[in-house]
Ligand binder design. Structure first.
Ligand code: APR
Ligand code: PHB
Length: 396
């Protein structure tokens, strides 16, 4: 057993773990990131693409925002089409100038990995059997193996940034966590292609054949999604079938403009809402997908992870610089207030725009609710405020 030591042990090298590591490093707080897979595998994941202002500001604070500012696309509006009628939601006009940035999660991860490598901070990839230990004591540590050698990483705190299928949440004893979960009766079939996006703004589409979403990674790379049955198999979807179905669901004008091409990636993701409370136990904090999951309809997954990171980074900075250990117990309550707003908005967008097996009156009530939020300014303002992201809460 080789013994190592750091101040904060971060488990997971996704956006949560890497952003937290970079922010702590900028404050002179030593941290080590332990990741189960290779850096290449992490970068191969095709994930979200919409960044709230709070996340952009955090990337700036971490000193890793240059490429996002140069290559990310500022969006002042988003479009929602309901049964062929397109509504443009004026995000900036309805939120005193707030915007979202379209910039792929893969690029964010790239930027964070490059910064971490350049700073010489320790990241251990392809670890085996990472296991938080003695979480409830003053001397927690994390055991893991690499190349057959067993290590013990002693630390002051553990940040569980290891995603929904990670080890940290399950390391908390039974009976401590209260878990909330909702599984949706459909999935999203996503396609990535090197074709010009059909529209500058993102388009969320409610259609009798099912939901669709037109997004992008750049002006030459598009990202599209189709609602499919929860048990659908990606093998059933040739590129041609995908493009034909997307055209059927697009508003007429967009369907005419659609440029198709070979899929670079095609996959089906299930949709769920999930929250575990509390988000901390002893000296371990749960962050991002490790403790909450939202359906991607609200573009909140990555952005809720960022607000968790912001809260934890600010608390730990005060702990190390001002000995504010009184702030430690506040992490979970602060995060959960914003998390539940994100969970609700993501559930609401999903409920408004997808097809459900429901009575006719429920269908009409659902359509009437969406119509209010698309056509009345009061409703559009609420939608815009939630989409650009609610403010981050101070830690005191
Ligand atoms: N040991 C070490 N690393 C682990 C372990 C483990 N036992 N289990 C999982 N990991 C790693 C995963 O390989 C992954 O790289 O933890 C990382 C978790 O990253 P994400 O799942 O991306 O979660 P997070 O960083 O919170 O980012 C949330 O990613 O999944 C999307 O929609 C989500 O956009 C959101 C964002
Ligand atoms: C994406 O670009 O992958 C994306 C954009 C907005 C969403 C979900 C996914 O709501």
């Amino acid at each position: 057993m080789i013994r190592q030591k750091t101040q904060v042990a971060i488990i997971g090298a996704g956006p949560s773990g890497l952003l937290l590591g970079q922010l702590l490093h900028k404050q002179g707080i030593d941290n080590v990131v332990l990741e189960r897979v290779s850096a290449e595998y992490v970068l191969g994941r095709i994930r979200a693409g919409v960044v709230e202002q709070g996340f952009s500001d955090l990337m700036e604070e971490a000193g890793v925002a240059d490429r996002m500012k140069a290559e990310g696309e500022i969006h002042h509006a988003v479009e929602i089409a309901s049964y062929g009628e397109v509504h443009s939601i004026d995000l900036s006009g309805l939120t005193d100038g707030k915007v979202v940035t379209v910039y792929g999660q893969t690029e964010i991860t790239h930027d964070l990995m490059n910064a971490r490598d350049a700073s010489g901070q320790k990241t251990v990839y392809e670890t085996i059997d990472v296991q938080p230990q003695d979480i409830k004591t003053d001397n927690p540590f994390v055991t893991y193996s690499v190349d057959g050698q067993l290590y013990s990483l002693e630390c002051d705190y553990i940040a569980g940034c290891d995603g929904f299928h990670g080890i940290c949440r399950p390391s908390i004893p039974d009976g401590v966590l209260k878990e909330y979960e909702k599984i949706y009766p459909f999935g999203w079939l996503g396609l990535l292609s090197d074709t010009p996006p059909v529209n500058f703004e993102l388009i969320y589409i409610k259609h009798e054949r099912g939901f669709a979403l037109c997004s992008k990674r750049s002006e030459t790379r598009s990202r599209y999604y189709l609602e499919v049955p929860v048990d659908e198999k990606v093998e059933n979807w040739s590129d041609d079938r995908f493009w034909e179905e997307l055209k059927r669901r697009l508003p007429a004008e967009s369907a005419e403009r659609l440029v198709t091409g070979p899929a670079l990636e095609k996959s089906i993701a299930p949709l769920r809402s999930f929250v575990a409370e509390p988000m901390q136990y002893g000296k371990m904090f749960l962050v991002g997908d490790a403790v909450h999951i939202v359906p991607p309809t609200g573009a909140k997954g990555l952005n809720l992870a960022a607000s968790d990171v912001s809260t934890l980074y600010r608390i730990l900075t005060k702990v190390y610089k001002e000995n504010r250990i009184d702030l430690i117990p506040k992490y979970s309550e602060i995060c959960l207030r914003r998390v539940w707003h994100g969970v609700r908005f993501s559930w609401w967008m999903t409920s408004m725009l997808h097809s459900f097996d429901e009575s006719e009156i429920e269908g009409r009530i659902r359509s009437s609710e969406l119509s209010f939020f698309l056509k009345e300014e009061a409703g559009r303002r609420v939608l815009a405020q939630q989409y650009v992201g609610l403010p981050y809460e101070d830690v005191e």
